[in-house]
Design a protein around this ligand. Structure first.
Ligand code: HEM
Length: 388
């Protein structure tokens, strides 16, 4: 890993910064030549504008594409705040518990994928340059497939290749279907991007329908084996009792305290009015801006992992660090993701080092804007570390 800046985060003089600036992908801030500095600033502003614009377009274009992707908002991530969304979240939480969130079973699933990834990286490329992207995606996809429908694949399994292909296709096309959402009348004209998205969605749905049928056929009364079992079992309604009891208690208290009831109503009149129903509001948060705000981050463009350590070297979490979001829609996979990131990264670096192949350009650090900001493919040399 390269750190742009000296160990204490102070920008290095230009002559020493060539390598590290290439690594951050951002132009250095401390040039003495003013034209270069101006150009660098303009480029930064363009990049920030591009990211802001892409977020605005993203919000405008989500409707039609979303409906396609989620069969009219039946998923967790894009569905409105609703009893269905709530029950889906509860189910995901309980099926993580099923795998022992934070405990042995979930860890074993992740560690098995880690082992596979290490072997694959060390074997691939015959000591020459290798693109780590596909192997890393395969390993992470394998964890999700194990949790969702109990399938753990070998690296050459064609079903795993199919899952990765439709996933990549969806991520690649989802933000490019834009015009149709801005001008819905264009829906009637054929669009290459939308056709690809529809094809990926139909491959995904065929595979998931098959898994669903297999699960229904082999299910028993026992504990659910995975998330799909939990979803099938949850079709028997539960949770009605607790919700109705809570509502009845609240009404009882509001009768005892009419001034509280009036306060709630005043707020409703002010915020919603009486002419429309109450519903959830979709909010798209600009995560990039939060994590690059100079008011909260010292030199936000520099790669400075030590910003997360206090003077004693202990972990410190700045209040503006929200990679998983916050509030009721906070990432439901946060604890799994944290476990995966920790186990994958530490195991990889324990067993091997990664270097830039001779003559190859360093990895581009600006990325490709989409649903998530993805790195462009790059090659590495994998150098096994000696076992002590
Ligand atoms: C490094 C890994 C990950 C990051 C940075 C991440 C980040 C996020 C963020 C920022 C949100 C939106 C939160 C909000 O709206 O406030 C989100 C939502 C979500 N994430 Fe993740 N996530 C990661 C991994 C995962 C994993 C591994 C899973 C599942 C296995 C997952 C499942 C979800 C779901 C289902 C939602 C939608 C939750 C809802 O709307 O109720 N994520 N994630």
């Amino acid at each position: 890993m390269g750190i742009s800046g000296s160990d204490d985060g102070v920008p290095l003089p230009y002559k020493d910064r060539r390598e590290s600036d290439v690594e951050t992908g951002f132009p250095p801030r401390t040039f003495t030549a003013t034209t270069t500095a101006r150009r660098a600033l303009a480029r930064d502003q363009r990049l920030a504008e591009l990211k802001k614009r892409s977020l605005r377009n993203y919000s405008a274009e989500m409707h039609h594409v979303n409906d396609l992707l989620t069969r009219g908002g039946k998923d967790i991530a894009f569905s409105d705040f609703s009893p269905l969304w709530k029950s889906h979240r509860r189910l995901v939480h309980s099926s993580f518990t099923l795998f022992g969130e934070g405990t042995q079973k979930l860890q074993d699933i992740v560690l098995s994928a880690v082992g596979g990834l290490c072997e694959e990286l060390q074997a691939s490329g015959g000591g020459g340059p290798v693109d780590p992207g596909p192997a890393v995606s395969r390993a992470v996809t394998n964890v999700v497939c194990t949790l969702v429908f109990g399938s753990t694949y070998g690296p050459d399994d064609p079903e795993l290749a199919q899952v990765m292909e439709y996933n990549d296709g969806i991520v690649e096309t989802i933000t490019r279907g834009g015009l149709v959402d801005i001008y819905p009348c264009l829906k009637v004209f054929p669009s290459e991007v939308l056709s690809k998205l529809k094809e990926c969605i139909s491959v995904r749905d065929r595979l998931l329908t098959r898994k669903l049928e297999e699960h229904k056929a082999s299910m028993t009364e026992d504990e659910p084996r995975d998330l799909l079992d939990a979803l099938i079992q949850a079709q028997t309604p539960r949770g009605v009792e607790t919700t109705s009891t809570t509502l009845l208690w609240i009404l009882a208290y509001l009768i005892h305290h009419p001034q509280v009831q009036e306060r709630v109503q005043r707020e409703l009149d002010k915020v919603v009015g009486r002419g429309r129903g109450v519903c959830g509001t979709r909010v798209l948060v600009n995560m990039w801006a939060i994590h690059h705000d100079p008011q909260h981050w010292d030199q936000p463009d520099l790669f400075k992992p030590e910003r997360f350590l206090d003077d004693q070297g202990r972990r410190k979490t700045p209040p503006c660090f929200l990679p998983f979001g916050a509030g009721p829609r906070v990432c439901v996979g946060e604890s799994l993701a944290r476990m995966e990131l920790f186990l994958f990264l530490s195991s990889l670096l324990q067993r091997m080092s990664f270097r830039r192949p001779d003559g190859a350009p360093p990895p581009d650090l600006q990325g490709r804007v989409g649903v998530v900001l993805q790195p462009l493919p790059y090659k590495v040399l994998v150098i096994p570390r000696e076992v002590s």
